[in-house]
Ligand binder design. Structure first.
Ligand code: PLP
Length: 356
């Protein structure tokens, strides 16, 4: 539970105890290659450049933008929450002309409005699973009609929890994080770049560390790998193990488990009179966004007090609202290893005890 780092899978915790290898050791390179192969499987892509960026999800976002967007480029960005806003901030720092296509927070983006926002943008960018509101935004319709534009998707909260199909949907660049539905601690940003996007990489991006052409020589080069930076070995062991758990369970089965828990939680909340933020059809199973039940709070008890009690008394962390939703909604993550029906049962029972 919790909207942030989830409890990792036990196999992942175990992976941190593996003896360290050098970052250019052939045995480590083989494990890195296998990790990239596993990432291709969960992203459902054949993209050659698919690897974990050293840094959290935001590093993936930054690597994607700085390599593809420069001064004067037109970038169309869907904004219906905090992470869409963050992409606008990042694109503006790349000195792009940003066209923000907004939807009400809690509602999904309208792909047609994004497609009609500009006749020939460099890039269209969307957050697949908006963690601040619990809303799923559609990618397939954008990919089918994107024309010459590149399609960029933030898959931080979606990867491993709901369907992600980069190649089928025509997504050119996608990044994720390890700490959500992959059940691994925070620290890496899985990134995948299509061949079409590779042809458009900037020759000299503003960032040295995130220069994808340089990193590609290390992560996908054949033969001797050129040193770029010292890879965070233990985190890559952990991601390798987490992806192994997800693929052993089967992607479809892992997604079905997230769906089952999301349904159980959302039905349980609605049957108790809670109001879910997103409309049916746009709700993420792995991140449930629910309005704070003001009328059910005991006298002189705030919503933050309830969250504190959940943590202290029951060991359950749920998140408060972000940005415009601060104090107004709760965000309940049910992701990766924590997506288990028993956790949902415990949370609902705890709410029954704490609320009036
Ligand atoms: N994008 C989305 C949708 C997120 O939910 C988050 C973090 O929760 C990020 C980007 C940023 O990731 P990180 O906090 O790992 O840098």
């Amino acid at each position: 539970m919790g909207p942030g780092p989830c409890n990792p899978y036990p196999e992942v915790t175990q992976a941190f105890t593996r003896p360290l290898l050098g970052h250019l050791d052939a045995e480590f390179i083989a494990l890195l290659d296998e990790t990239c192969e596993r990432l291709r499987a969960v992203f459902r892509t054949d993209n050659a450049l698919t690897f974990p960026v050293s840094g959290t999800g935001s590093a993936g976002m930054e690597a994607a933008f700085v390599n593809l967007v420069t001064r004067g480029d037109t970038v169309v960005i869907g904004v219906n929450g905090v992470f869409g806003q963050r992409m606008c901030d990042l694109a503006a720092r790349c000195e792009a002309d940003v066209i923000a296509v907004e939807a009400e927070w809690g509602a999904p983006l309208d792909p047609q409005r994004l497609l009609e926002a500009h006749p020939n943008p460099t890039l269209i960018a969307v957050v697949h699973a908006e963690t601040s509101t619990g809303v799923r935004n559609d990618l397939a319709e954008l990919g089918a009609a994107k024309g010459d534009a590149l399609l960029l998707a933030d898959c931080v909260t979606s990867l491993g929890g709901i369907d992600v199909r980069l190649d089928d949907w025509g997504v050119d660049v996608a990044y994720s994080g390890t700490q959500k539905c992959l059940g691994v601690p925070p620290g890496l940003a899985p990134l995948s770049v299509s061949d079409r996007a590779m042809e458009r990489l900037l020759k000299r991006p503003q960032s040295w560390y995130f220069d994808l052409q340089m990193i590609a020589d290390y992560v996908t080069g054949s033969g001797a790998r050129a040193y770029h930076h010292t890879a965070p070995i233990s985190m890559i062991y952990a991601l390798h193990a987490g992806l192994g758990v997800v693929l052993d369970e089967g992607l479809a089965a892992a997604q079905a488990r997230h769906q089952q828990c999301g349904d159980l939680l959302q039905d349980g909340l609605e049957s108790r009179g809670f109001e879910l933020v997103p409309p049916p059809g746009a709700r993420l199973p792995q991140l449930t966004s629910v309005r704070v039940p003001e009328s059910r709070l005991p006298k002189s008890v705030s919503e933050a007090d309830i969250r504190k009690e959940l943590l202290n008394r029951y060991g359950i962390e749920i998140g408060g609202g972000l940005g415009a939703f601060a104090g107004k909604c709760w965000r309940i993550g049910c992701m990766g290893h924590t997506a288990r029906p028993r956790n949902v049962t415990l949370l609902l029972a705890a709410l029954d005890e704490l609320l009036v």
